[in-house]
Design a protein around this ligand. Structure first.
Ligand code: GTP
Ligand code: MG
Length: 493
């Protein structure tokens, strides 16, 4: 009974539209003063005016600590003003590596579930929320099929990550390109799995960060609560939401998570596209499956070092911002005031020194003129060399050059002095001079060599006489041997 009552409470809407409930939401927000940007009086005044859900949402003040966390992990999109610039440093997060993923079983009915041999983590959520993509990204594999069309995954897909862990990609609920009966069948299958599976350690309930908790998510949360399954909420596609909105959405979803009995209060945020936030989820999975010792042995040390380096940079950044008040670039932003001491976690540092808002000020942007000049120079040289090589190749393979070489090869005198099998002196010889069929002249010279290994140069000069029916007249066609002897090839020897 208690579970059912709790499930009913959970299905209550978060941001309802009726005026009375809207007022209630604002007053709740006013009681939690730090969550709202305006004063209580201003809130009460604004509460008298009708406001849309979007406005109410925009009035929530993002939690500075969440904002700082998002900045650190690079989650959420960032709209920058004309003069506002990105920080010049980023958090170099050490990666938690999970083993590669292999598909080992698919189940369309409860009877075909594989034996419950290893701890399992299930991924569930509305169709197209990004379950399969996330399963792939977590283990750096392409085992799960992904599509833009909702309803691609139509069965429970079991993947094994090494010999320690199973990940289960489930079909989504909500709209799908499939028949209604089929979608009902998937839902029943997921429900059976969640209720009966003994090895299921946790269900990751994925929510689209753009929409938060929708009606069918609430329905599914009710089901999980009634089934007594442990679950955790994960906001996906965080790259598609502005950072401030993401922090607000996180706040609302976290409030919902706190109210639920079986829900883990910590709400995670990921972006498979930006590959951000994945480490948090990996760590959560490993701890849930008691695999922390095996996979995270030296990770904590690396993480502490990376965090210390990040907060040192952040401290320098904030100092710069405070010291140069004349270069105010951009609107007021929330930045953390202090960095943690070595060995101290960021949560501990912020608990002592709460973040505060200052005007963002940044040094002048770095000039990129030098890099651009180098790039243009390298591009110009590459283009020039490419053209020269292409034109030479064109001359080398032209009819006058190949015909001249062929004719000289069959000249007896040339065979005697240079040897038989006259050929180009190298694989890619330089053909000096020009060939112009339009202007009517051929004037080329290139190095040749025969069987005897004696080098020589072949010279061909020919002109088209415009007045005599366009006939070509060869003025010089000879091979010059190394000792300076000229062997005329224009007549048969
Ligand atoms: N921008 C962005 N797109 C994402 C992200 N995660 C998934 N997608 C896209 O969302 C679409 C759906 O992804 P899927 O992984 O197939 O979604 P699903 O939840 O498995 O969908 P069903 O199997 O139909 O239930 C794909 O086009 C993905 O490229 C993300 O973090 N950011
Ligand atoms: Mg899928």
């Amino acid at each position: 009974m208690a579970a059912a009552a709790r499930a009913r409470r959970l299905t209550a809407p978060i941001a309802p539209c009726s005026g009375r409930i809207r007022l209630a939401l604002l007053h709740t927000a006013a009681r939690r003063e730090p969550l709202v940007s305006t004063s209580v009086q201003a809130l009460q005044e604004s509460a008298r005016e009708p406001a849309s859900n979007r406005r109410l949402f925009a009035r929530l003040r993002p939690d500075p600590r969440t904002m700082e966390r998002l900045d650190m992990l690079g989650l959420g999109s960032e709209k920058r003003g004309r003069f506002e610039r990105r920080r010049w440093f980023r958090y170099d997060e050490p990666e938690v590596r999970l083993p590669r993923l292999f598909f080992f079983a698919g189940a369309r009915a409860a009877a075909s579930f594989p034996p419950a041999s290893l701890p399992e983590i299930g991924f569930v959520g509305r169709s197209n929320v990004g379950k399969s993509t996330l399963v792939n990204r977590l283990c750096g594999s392409l085992a799960a099929r992904v599509s833009e069309r909702p309803g691609l995954t139509q069965q429970l897909n079991f993947y094994t990550a090494g010999s320690d862990l199973h990940l289960v990609d489930m079909p989504g609920y909500g709209f799908a390109f499939a028949k209604d009966e089929e979608a009902q069948g998937w839902r029943a299958l997921v429900e059976t799995y969640v209720r009966q599976r003994a090895s299921l350690r946790r269900v990751m309930l994925l929510l689209d960060a753009r929409h938060g908790i929708k009606a069918n998510d609430r329905e599914f949360i009710g089901l999980l609560e009634a089934a007594g399954a442990k679950y955790q909420l994960v906001l996906t596609k965080c790259d598609l939401v502005h950072r401030d909105d993401l922090a607000r959405q996180h706040m609302l979803v976290a409030r919902q998570a706190e109210r639920a009995r079986n829900c883990i209060p910590r709400v995670l945020m990921v972006s498979a596209a930006q590959r951000a936030g994945l480490n948090e989820l990996r760590k959560e999975i490993l701890h849930t499956c008691s695999l922390g010792q095996k996979y995270l042995a030296d990770h904590r040390r690396k993480e502490a070092a990376a965090q210390a380096a990040y907060f040192e940079q952040l401290r320098i950044f904030n100092d710069t911002a405070r010291r140069r008040p004349r270069q105010l670039l951009g609107p007021a932003r929330t930045v953390a005031q202090s960095s943690p001491q070595p060995g101290q976690t960021w949560e501990a540092a912020h608990a002592k020194n709460p973040a505060f808002a200052i005007e963002r000020e940044l040094p002048a942007p770095k000039s990129r003129r030098r890099e651009i000049a180098i790039f243009v120079a390298v591009a110009a040289v590459t283009w020039g060399v490419g053209c020269v090589v292409a034109f030479n190749y064109q001359r080398m393979t032209s009819t006058p050059v190949t015909a001249a070489l062929f004719t000289a090869r069959h000249n007896d005198e040339v065979c005697r002095v240079l040897g038989r099998q006259l050929r180009f002196a190298s694989a890619f010889p330089w053909i000096s001079g020009d060939i112009s069929h339009l202007k009517g002249f051929v004037d080329v010279e290139f190095a040749v060599v025969g069987d005897l290994g004696v080098p020589g140069r072949l010279i061909l000069k020919s002109r088209r006489a415009a007045r005599q029916n366009g006939e070509w007249h060869t003025t010089e066609f000879c091979v010059v041997a190394a000792d300076g002897r000229r062997i005329d090839c224009s007549t048969a020897a």
